[in-house]
Design a protein around this ligand. Structure first.
Ligand code: PBG
Length: 327
């Protein structure tokens, strides 16, 4: 056999490498998380998430304008209410913080796509994602409250609802509540494979939603399990989920790949607060090139099979895509 000196990678220039890329990224696939605080006027930096802000209802549209300036057209909203109680009743209040924020955004920017996170942990005084019976979350009682919350978000004008509570049966209950009230066209983005993760730490500090006792392992998934994620996704598909989600993202790329291969639904990944904070902290300490690590992480998540990505880096990533640094 004749030995020829064959280059192992594509011959030629950067141009052909771009031509043959297997993974394509677009700002259209990005969703930016926005935190709205009912007690705030103006905006305030979030200490646990360098570069991110809490917005008051009076300036939530500043966050939207910043997104639009970077070519990001979609957000997911999280609310910090004035009042908390055992059931989390301000989650479904007509004048609740998320409901008001959706209305304010839609009044000014009707085409900006607004997804709402549907959960009770920011609204309960004990910080768990639902109503308690003793020290445990009462699944069925919670599902009813979650459906009520999702419906109130749709009534306020949300384009899509994203239940993140991980209660059994919540996707079906939300679908029924939406359909019965004329919101057949509002899709459900289901946090289907949401792991009980230490990577949510900075978010809980930002949202004031750390559980007052215990942890979320009773309803979130065990990081040791992958097949269980497929089971959760199958149930959510059966109940009517339009888009599936795996969360966190980078530590769970195998789960993203498995879900992408198995289900014919769009797949969203959530690059969570701890993933963001680690990159920011390591970059600030001069240990890594934060911009390149951000880019490479996003590429990896899409390469693993995600079609859309929720990330605190959405605006910076959109810029990197536009400049041709990735995508
Ligand atoms: C609400 C919710 C959480 C996150 C999104 N929705 C926190 C949690 O489950 O404790 C985490 C997002 C992040 O870490 O960026 N249940």
């Amino acid at each position: 056999m004749e030995l020829v000196n064959r280059p192992r990678r594509l011959r030629g220039s950067e141009s052909i490498r771009r031509l043959c890329r297997e993974t394509r990224l677009s700002p259209e696939s990005l969703i930016y998380p926005i935190f709205v605080d009912e007690t705030l006027s103006g905006k305030r930096p979030i200490p646990s998430l360098a570069g991110q802000y809490h917005y008051g209802l009076d300036c939530v549209n500043e966050a939207v304008e910043a997104c639009l300036a970077h070519g990001v057209g979609r957000c997911i909203l999280f609310g910090l209410p004035r009042e908390k109680d055992p059931l989390g009743s301000s989650a479904w209040a007509e004048q609740g913080v998320v409901q008001e924020a959706v209305q304010a955004i839609k009044a000014a920017y009707p085409d900006f796509y607004v997804i709402t996170d549907v959960c009770l942990c920011e609204y309960t005084d004990h910080g768990h994602c639902g109503a308690l019976r003793g020290c445990e979350v009462d699944n069925d009682a919670t599902v009813e409250l979650i459906a009520r919350t999702a419906l109130s978000h749709a009534r306020a004008g949300a384009d899509m609802v994203a239940p993140s509570d991980m209660m059994d049966g919540r996707v079906g209950a939300i679908r029924r509540a939406l359909d019965e009230n004329g919101f057949e066209s509002v899709p459900i983005l289901a946090y289907s494979a949401k792991y009980a993760s230490a990577f949510y730490g900075p978010f809980r500090a930002a949202a004031g939603s750390a559980p007052a006792f215990g942890d979320r392992r009773g309803y979130q998934m065990d990081p040791h399990n992958r097949r269980e994620a497929l089971k959760e996704c199958a149930l959510d598909v059966e109940e009517g989920a339009d888009i599936l989600m795996v969360k966190p993202a980078l530590p769970y790329l195998d789960v993203i790949r498995a879900v992408a291969d198995r289900f014919d639904r769009p797949l969203c990944a959530y690059q969570v607060s701890g993933e963001y904070a680690m990159i920011q902290a390591a970059a600030a300490a001069g240990l890594i090139d934060g911009h390149r690590v951000m880019c490479e992480s996003a590429v990896s998540i899409f390469r693993a099979g995600a079609n859309l990505l929720i990330t605190y880096f959405a605006k910076e990533l959109a810029d990197a895509m536009r400049k041709g640094e990735i995508g």
